[in-house]
Every structure is written in structure tokens, then in C-alpha cells.
Design a protein around this ligand. Structure first.
Ligand code: ATP
Ligand code: BTN
Length: 232
């Protein structure tokens, strides 16, 4: 993939900005901002985006819209962290964690055949007080600041590679997600709008959904409005 990087010092949300570039911007357009004033997670939840973090969105134009694309972002982040000696795991469907703290999240949105893939990665930024204990950054883990340009470069390399794999064979992407999640076999609570589900994760199916054993019944949970909590 040939990336074309647009750099902003401040923006509401790189996803919103990237969305505004459709349909004129080509696939491979990357919007990076030093700071977001209204960074978002799924379902409009807010995403803390102070200076020092990597807040970016890329425009992709896959032949067809596929919710498994979010895994491409998560794998690219996990590999980037690996390059810096940080071992990360992927929390289905869109988070990257180090130990019991979240370090990154991926938000994919769709507009007119494009996928806007937003990636937030805590690099050198401060973690807001309300997230202390549940979030971490590369700086916190390594005990030193890291070059954000180097992180961006690596991330785009890994993203290009995983996107290519995805286009050739999306099952390989799902297979890798299975290897990198620690959720399989765990008792979890799946938070949904209507009612929560409590069960044990059997597997991640080829289509990217979660297979849950709820009182002996297999229930399929699709990517969307669900959050997974590990039952302790
Ligand atoms: P969880 O991450 O708790 O499983 P989720 O994946 O369902 O929740 P998302 O909407 O995907 O939630 O992510 C938004 C959540 O991420 C916020 O509600 C907040 O708890 C957390 N968050 C916000 N900013 C950051 C940040 N910079 N680093 C880590 N976590 C953050
Ligand atoms: C999540 O865990 O819910 C996903 C968080 C995604 C945050 C990134 S930061 C860059 C892009 N712009 C946004 O407003 N959100 C994404």
C-alpha cells in the first residue's frame, strides 16, 4: 500500500476528518493528529487523545465491506508493540491490551464503500486520571519516551502487510486473532444494549464472531455493540 500522510496539529477526531475527505481522497490516505478534542471509541464513547499519543485514521477501499477488517488494525498495533519489545494481546474485537491494561483501540466506520480505520495508541501521552489502572502507554511500560514517527512508520508497514493478507485470505487474519487473544476458554460477561450474556468463550468463528457457551447452548455474538468483561 502506498500511504499518503496528512498531518494535523489538532482536530476533533481524525475519523471525522478522514470521512470528510471521501470520495476525493485515494485509498491509503492517512490522517494523523497531535491531539484530538473529540476522540471517539465505539458507540460514541469518548477516547482520551492528549498530546504525545498516536491518533490516526486510514482510508481503505476493500472490494467488500467486512467487519473482520478491524482485526487488521489490531494485529498491526500488536506487531508494532512487539517491535518495541512489548508483548500485547488482542481483546476481541477491537482492543489491544498489555497485561490487564488497554493500550490501544481500533474504530472502523464505513462510508460510501470506504472503510475509515481509526487507530488510537497510547505512546508518550499521559493517561487521564479516570483511566489510571485500566489504561497504559508505551512510555509507562518501557520507562522512556519513544519516537512517535518510528511508531507510525512501523504501524503503517504492519498495516499494509496485514491488509494484503486480509485481501488474499481473511481466514489467515482470523487465525492469527485466535492465537493472540487470551479470551478463548475464559468466562466472560458480554455487555449488550438489551441484556447481558454470561458464558464461556468457545472460539472465534471464521466470520470473526465470538462463539459463546451459555448454559450449554452455543450463542454467536457478532462484532458491534458488545463489550466483553472477563469474569473474575
Ligand atoms: P473496554 O475497552 O472497556 O473493553 P470497549 O472496547 O467496549 O470497552 P470502546 O468503546 O471500544 O469500549 O472504547 C472506549 C473506551 O476506552 C472508553 O470507554 C474508555 O474506557 C477507554 N479509553 C478511552 N480513552 C482511552 C485511552 N486513551 N487509552 C485507553 N483506554 C481508553
Ligand atoms: C475503541 O477502543 O473504542 C476505539 C478507539 C479508537 C480511537 C481512535 S484515535 C484515532 C481515531 N479517531 C477517533 O476519534 N477515534 C479513533
Amino acid at each position: 500500500m502506498k500511504w499518503k500522510i496528512l498531518r494535523l496539529s489538532e482536530v476533533d477526531s481524525t475519523n471525522e476528518y478522514a470521512k470528510g475527505l471521501i470520495p476525493d481522497a485515494p485509498e491509503g490516505t492517512v490522517v494523523v493528529a497531535k491531539r484530538q478534542t473529540a476522540g471517539r471509541g465505539r458507540k460514541g464513547r469518548s477516547w482520551a487523545s492528549p498530546k504525545g499519543g498516536l491518533w490516526m485514521s486510514v482510508l481503505l477501499k476493500p472490494p467488500k465491506i467486512d467487519p473482520r477488517l478491524v482485526f487488521v488494525g489490531a494485529l498491526a498495533v500488536a506487531d508494532t508493540l512487539g517491535d518495541f519489545g512489548i508483548e500485547a494481546w488482542i481483546k476481541w474485537p477491537n482492543d489491544v491490551w498489555v497485561g490487564n491494561r488497554k493500550i490501544s483501540g481500533v474504530l472502523t466506520e464505513v462510508k460510501r464503500g470506504y472503510v475509515i480505520m481509526g487507530i488510537g495508541l497510547n505512546v508518550n501521552n499521559e493517561i487521564p486520571e479516570e483511566l489510571e489502572g485500566s489504561a497504559t502507554s508505551m512510555r509507562d511500560i518501557l520507562g522512556r519516551s519513544v519516537g512517535i514517527e518510528e511508531v507510525l512508520k512501523r504501524l503503517l508497514e504492519h498495516l499494509g502487510r496485514w491488509y494484503k493478507t486480509f485481501l488474499e485470505n481473511p481466514y489467515l487474519v482470523v487465525e492469527e486473532i485466535r492465537k493472540r487473544t487470551i479470551l478463548i476458554g475464559k468466562e466472560v460477561r458480554v455487555l449488550r444494549d438489551d441484556n447481558d450474556l454470561v458464558g464461556r468463550i468457545i472460539n472465534i468463528s471464521d466470520d470473526g464472531s465470538l462463539l459463546l457457551d451459555v448454559d450449554g447452548q452455543t450463542v454467536k455474538v457478532v462484532y458491534g455493540d458488545v463489550s466483553v468483561r472477563i469474569n473474575r
